[in-house]
Every structure is written in C-alpha cells, then in structure tokens.
Design a protein around this ligand. Structure first.
Ligand SMILES: Cc1cc2nc3c(=O)[nH]c(=O)nc-3n(C[C@H](O)[C@H](O)[C@H](O)COP(=O)(O)OP(=O)(O)OC[C@H]3O[C@@H](n4cnc5c(N)ncnc54)[C@H](O)[C@@H]3O)c2cc1C
Length: 288
C-alpha cells in the first residue's frame, strides 16, 4: 500500500519544530528516521496530514559527556551508537543492543529518539533505558521538561509525550566503574522484533551483587523495569537458587500477548530464559 497524502515540513531549530507541531495539533507528526512511522503510514495505521521532519535540526544530533552522564541527541542513529568510542567505553550495553535491532539498513537511519518515543513495546531501547535509569529531555509549548524513562511509558503507543512535544535528548547516568551488562534477545530471525528480551546492568563487590537493574522487552504493553527481581539478586553471589527466585519475580510482572511470536506463557518463560542468560553474561563481564 502507499501512504495517504501529507504535507512535508523541515524546520531547522527545535523551537521551529515545536511551534509547527503545536500549531498542527493532531494533524502533525514528528518524523525522525521514519522506520516505524512510514511503515505505519503505508499500512494506513497512521495518516498524519503533516510530517515535521527533524532531520534538519543540528542540535538534535551527537553524543557527549556531561559530568557523570552521557547525553545523546534524539536524532542520533542506531548506527552512530554502535560506532561511538565514548559509549563503547562507558555504556557498552547500548552498542550491544543496537546491534540486535533490525539490520544495518534500518540502523543507518533509525534514531534513538524515534525508538524510545515510538511507544511500541517491541522496540528494544525503551527497556534498556529503564534498566539504565535514563531521563528524556522534552521540549514543548511550555518549554523544556525532563521525564524519567521509568515514568514515560503508559501503554502500547501511549507515552508521556503531549501534542507539540519534541524529545530532544536522552540523558543516561554512566553505570558504576567495573559494571557488567548484557542484552539477550530471542527473535525468530535476523531483523525481527523480540519474542522476549532482557537487559541487565550490575556491579559486583567481593563476589556479591552490589547493585542490579533489569529491563524486559516485548512481554507487556510497555517495557518493564523488574525492580523486585533486582532486589532479590542484590547481595547474592548469583547462585542458582537466588537466580531462580529472581527469574520467577520477573516472569510474574509480564503480561505478553499471544501472537505470531508464540503463546503468552511461552513468551513469559522466554523472558525468564533471556534474563538468566543476561545475568550470567553481565556477571562474567563485571569486575569486583
Ligand atoms: C524491518 C524493520 C525491522 C525493525 N526491527 C526492529 C527491532 O528489532 N527492534 C527495534 O527496536 N526496532 C526495530 N525497528 C524499528 C526501528 O528501530 C525504528 O527506526 C525505530 O523504532 C523508530 O525510529 P525512527 O527514527 O525511525 O522514528 P520514526 O519512525 O520517524 O518515528 C517513530 C515515532 O516516534 C515519533 N518521534 C520520532 N522522533 C521523535 C522525537 N524526537 N520527538 C517526538 N516524537 C518523535 C514519531 O512521530 C513517530 O510517532 C525495525 C524497523 C524495520 C523497518
């Protein structure tokens, strides 16, 4: 199918984009890499009368340090995340996750901002952002505000973004020195969305877990932060009994749909398997 007709706008500043989106209201939609939005338009699941392309706004690109945080511009592509030495050193989880998204063609244009703003439970970055305790910088009619990723997702395709808002950047606190991390994703084939996936960041001290955070992808209407599971693991040596308890706690908060990727029960169990694997790999990478 081909999309319905639309007008195309290309602002050169965030203020101009916000002004346009505020004026257009429900008739306008931000366009980033277009690799979620354009397929939706081709299926006529979205029919915005106006697209406001963010590609001409230089301020929305780039990766930089700000104290103990890394700030990534919303229009930074998944390919840019993979190639960043700064991220490779400070938050290698982002490179690992990006490499599991789609294929190189999608990653060359798909952006971090689009991936986290989209609200599709199948997107990989949102659960990683919950795991990393990221904050989203959003500019709208009333100026700039910051929204914790852990409070951003409200339902499938429902987020804390309001009409006229542009997500400008993602702020991520650098995980503790010597941390280990992993993203484990089960998919049916290369380029597929997750049947279930798990992100883990942990630090170890004296052979015990000093801190732990867990995010789960595509096993509910929103990405999940598995807080209780992480609490169970903290202070443990990640022995098999404790891991089993934590996995049960993580599985208990899932509510996946039964779909072409499998029945709900299977997807819940696969989330547990992905979490077990991610914990093992994160521990192996952690120092301390
Ligand atoms: C074949 C294929 C396979 C894929 N596989 C995966 C996968 O395995 N995992 C995965 O995570 N993703 C996957 N994707 C999606 C891909 O990662 C998209 O690029 C991403 O979801 C959206 O980013 P985008 O820059 O393309 O955003 P767009 O498609 O341009 O926008 C997506 C939505 O976010 C809104 N938006 C975008 N940027 C902003 C902003 N800065 N502020 C406010 N709103 C904004 C748009 O209005 C739109 O509603 C796949 C896509 C394809 C085509």
């Amino acid at each position: 199918m081909i999309p319905g007709s639309f007008s195309y706008h290309r602002p050169s500043s965030v203020q101009e984009a916000v002004g346009l989106l505020a004026k257009l209201g429900d008739d306008g939609r931000a366009l980033a890499g277009g690799h979620s939005l354009i397929p939706m338009m081709k299926l006529r699941l979205a029919s915005p009368a106006n697209l406001v392309d963010l590609a001409g706004i230089a301020d929305l690109k780039g990766i930089r340090s700000d104290g103990n945080d890394i700030i990534i511009g919303a229009m930074t592509t998944q390919h840019d995340l993979i190639g960043s030495d700064l991220l490779g050193t400070k938050i290698p989880l982002l490179r690992e996750t990006s490499l599991l998204i789609a294929d190189p063609q999608v990653r060359y244009v798909g952006t971090l901002g689009g991936n986290v703003a989209n609200g599709d439970p199948g997107n990989d970055m949102p659960a990683v952002m919950l795991c990393l305790n990221a904050t989203y910088h959003v500019t709208g009619k009333g100026g700039e505000r910051r929204i914790a990723a852990r409070e951003f997702y409200q339902g499938a395709y429902f987020t804390a973004l309001e009409a006229g808002d542009v997500l400008t950047a993602v702020r991520i606190p650098v995980p503790g020195a010597g941390h280990g991390s992993a993203y484990e994703k089960l998919k049916r084939k290369i380029g597929d969305y997750a049947t279930a996936a798990a992100a883990v960041v942990l630090t170890m001290s004296g052979g015990k877990v000093a801190s732990c955070s867990i995010g789960l992808t595509n096993v509910a209407e929103t990405p999940l932060w598995a807080e209780e599971a992480a609490k169970i693991l903290t202070g443990s040596t990640l022995d098999a009994t404790t891991v089993k308890k934590a996995v049960a706690a993580a599985e208990a908060i899932t509510a996946p749909a039964s779909d072409a990727r499998g029945p709900a029960h299977y997807r819940t169990k696969m989330a547990g398997v992905m979490l077990t694997r991610a914990l093992g790999r994160a521990k192996a990478k952690a120092r301390g």
